[in-house]
Write a protein that binds this ligand. Structure first.
Ligand SMILES: Nc1ncnc2c1ncn2[C@@H]1O[C@H](COP(=O)(O)OP(=O)(O)OP(=O)(O)O)[C@@H](O)[C@H]1O
Ligand SMILES: [Mg+2]
Length: 373
């Protein structure tokens, strides 16, 4: 059933003409990652980066053509400026899409960044993004040159958490990161419309993430904090292979189920040779906004115990606090908006410990790359 629908979808796309090559989008090799499931069709149109903006009509035409196919309930088409894979002899047309100045495979990205730290977790929704943003702002307030990269291609958080949907400027083929709260920030969410669903396949995630690192004018930074997507997938692999990570920080909530995932997260990074710098317990205890009373709703201290068991450092704990969520949602990280609060102080302490830890590691390795004061 869905096979027949896929054929019909391809036939419809074969009627959509790419104005550049003059061929239809299927034979021009522009359709990528076509997925047909229960009447829902998703795919990407690959265009060279410099054509991305002017290709919107082509994307819309492809979407309309597919939506009109009987049996199609919804059609979602995204534009991707994906780098051609290295060897694809069967599809020579794609090879030409590889732009000049691409960092070669194996060459490390972000050479001007002192230390790159991934903020990760095994499980979703534990507060990685909130923690990453506040730690990044805390480090910037401590006088460091800080970059904040949103590596979550499917569900970027930074536009919301930094309170901006500003479009980054470009200079030539370089993207200028946004400046916010004293840091430089970049997210796929600044580049695509909010409503555009992020239906990208694994290789595209890698391509997009590589662009966010390699094509963005980050300049010299002391530290880059990377807000990782949940789980242990492609983004984690890309980061561990394409940049010299100084290490990963694992965020966990205190309860057992989340800790199991934290353990998986720790193992995943260790397996790919990335140092785990430590574990942070988020939503450690509940702090009543009215009376200040603390209650350990998730079993406070679980992450500390788990870190000890895994032989990694416990970097600190953060309360579950209404103000943290409200300010995060409002795009004003609590560390910047309410620096006098206990919560802001907790983020600052964790940021300081992280700096010390990086400096210790750098001294131990005598690595010339990591220069944190
Ligand atoms: N310490 C905290 N106190 C109160 N609310 C919090 C705290 N940490 C995170 N939150 C809230 O919890 C929700 C999830 O947080 P966040 O988006 O940071 O999680 P995440 O791990 O990045 O999620 P995902 O896996 O989807 O990327 C957000 O609404 C956030 O504001
Ligand atoms: Mg997140």
């Amino acid at each position: 059933m869905s096979e027949r629908l896929e054929q019909a979808v391809r036939a419809a796309l074969a009627q959509v003409r790419d104005p550049v090559s003059g061929r239809d989008v299927v034979s021009a090799g522009l359709v990528d990652g076509l997925a047909v499931k229960a009447g829902m069709v998703q795919f990407a149109i690959q265009v060279p980066r410099e054509r991305a903006r002017e290709s919107e009509p082509l994307r819309a035409a492809a979407e309309r053509a597919v939506a009109a196919v009987p049996g199609v309930l919804s059609a979602t088409v995204v534009l991707t400026a994906h780098r051609a894979e290295p060897a694809k002899p069967a599809e020579p047309s794609r090879k030409a899409a590889a732009g000049p100045g691409q960092p070669g495979q194996g060459q490390m990205l972000l050479p001007q960044v002192g230390a790159i730290v991934a903020v990760a977790s095994g499980k979703g929704g534990v507060g990685k993004s909130t923690t990453a943003v506040n730690i990044a702002v805390a480090l910037a307030m401590q006088g460091l040159r800080v970059g904040l990269l949103d590596a979550d291609i499917f569900g970027p958080s930074l536009p919301q958490m930094l309170g901006t949907r500003e479009r980054p400027r470009t200079e030539g083929n370089r993207i200028i990161p946004l400046s916010r709260w004293g840091l430089k920030a970049m997210s796929i969410g600044f580049l695509v419309e909010e409503e555009t669903p992020m239906i990208w396949r694994g290789p595209m995630v890698m391509g997009a993430l590589e662009q966010l690192m390699g094509q963005v004018e980050w300049g010299a930074l002391d530290i880059m904090i990377v807000d990782m997507p949940p789980g242990t997938g492609d983004a984690q692999l890309t980061m561990s292979q394409r940049v010299p990570l100084a290490g990963a920080v694992i965020v966990s909530t205190p309860q057992d189920v989340a800790l199991l995932d934290a353990r998986r997260g720790v193992r995943m990074f260790e397996k790919v040779g990335v140092k785990v710098l430590g574990v942070i317990e988020n939503m450690s205890f509940f702090c009543c906004p009215n009376c200040g009373h603390q209650s350990d709703i998730f079993g406070h201290g679980g992450a500390r115990a788990e870190a000890a068991r895994l032989g990694v450092e416990f970097l600190g704990e953060l309360p579950l606090k209404l103000a943290i969520r409200e300010l995060a949602d409002a795009g004003t990280p609590i560390v910047a908006a309410r620096p006098e609060t206990d919560e802001a102080a907790a983020y600052q302490r964790i940021a300081s410990r992280l700096r010390e830890k990086l400096a210790e590691n750098a001294a131990a390795a005598e690595g010339p790359r990591i220069v944190i004061e």
